[in-house]
Design a binder for this molecule. Sequence first.
Ligand SMILES: Cc1cc2nc3c(=O)[nH]c(=O)nc-3n(C[C@H](O)[C@H](O)[C@H](O)COP(=O)(O)O)c2cc1C
Length: 366
Amino acid sequence: MSNRIGDLITFTLFGESHGAEIGVVAEGLPHGIPVDTDAIDRQLSRRRPSGAISTARRETDPYRIVSGVFGGYTTGAPICLTISNGDTKSKDYEELSYRPRPGHADYVSLVKYGGYGDYRGGGHFSGRLTAPLTAMGALVGSALESRGIRIGAHIYSVGDIKDTPFTPTDHQLAAAGEGFPTIDKAAGERMEQYMKDAAAEGDSVGGVIEIAVTGVPAGVGEPWFDGVESAMARALFGIPAVKGVEFGAGFGICGMKGSEANDPFYKDGEGRVLTKSNNNGGINGGITNGMPIIIRIAVKPTPSVFKEQKTLNLRTGEVESLSIKGRHDPAIIHRAVPVAESVAAMVMADLLAKRYGPLWLKGEDK
Ligand SMILES: Cc1cc2nc3c(=O)[nH]c(=O)nc-3n(C[C@H](O)[C@H](O)[C@H](O)COP(=O)(O)O)c2cc1C
């Protein structure tokens, strides 16, 4: 079972939704990185459920850094960050151990772990584990920011409602700002209403998140299987409910002519090599070309819907009606925005460490 991403700087995820604690262990981060607790709190609060478009489970997420940080700075030893689980209602999940939710991981977990898996609240597969991931990614993200690398994400679309997309050649990130994570706040309101309408019908919705990483120099990424696309896709697909990842113009590039799809090079007034368009999302041959890295991830509708569904009773072998109890997000997408930023930060930290050495992250060039 692999719960780890990264090679030089690794992040290992552990825990279950209704277990005692969940957390992440980071290894390989250099000493001397200031731990920006405000950044961690801000990202956790963006991920936290609130209001009618989120689960009724109230997660306060008081995190603890139990190792690897001393006097406000990383020490160079493994950093273990944990969050304890409160507000669990495990009884809601008992029947799902033999009447699996369609679209969730109940059935596959049962098959793979022979009934020993912790099914409560989705167990190890729960979106709850993205809380420590978000916190650790915030720590890493603030280190990247000190090196001029900014990572931001917003909801690109929900249903047929679209936010203003990132301008792919813009090196100044147009962040979504506070509140619901869209750049166009009116589009955000329409999305929220769409989510509330689905929730009122006992249903759920999905959408697309767009991520931009700016300030990454050209030449980062390893050829073939450890390129930026490969490393990002592997990690982003790990986020529960992510079903697609595309870069730059994505699948849309296939409909273009080569002359349109290619991004012509030029030099700006400051002597920087740039490209006029950015259909390749800042990546050629798996390696950054100095343009913003543009990524979109497809987030499916929350599988747990209150609307009656059919499932197989694994004890009786009969197809039965399933009315899910428990507390679930009618949409995951808004909460997954800071998660995506954090995961992208972790991947970038590892790729940058491979290029420049881990100490580069704290301001020392190789
Ligand atoms: C932040 C976040 C919150 C989530 N909350 C829920 C939830 O309340 N109910 C649910 O059924 N799935 C939720 N999920 C999604 C499931 O964890 C996910 O669909 C499930 O583990 C199956 O994995 P898959 O969709 O990648 O195949 C959430 C995912 C994320 C990222």
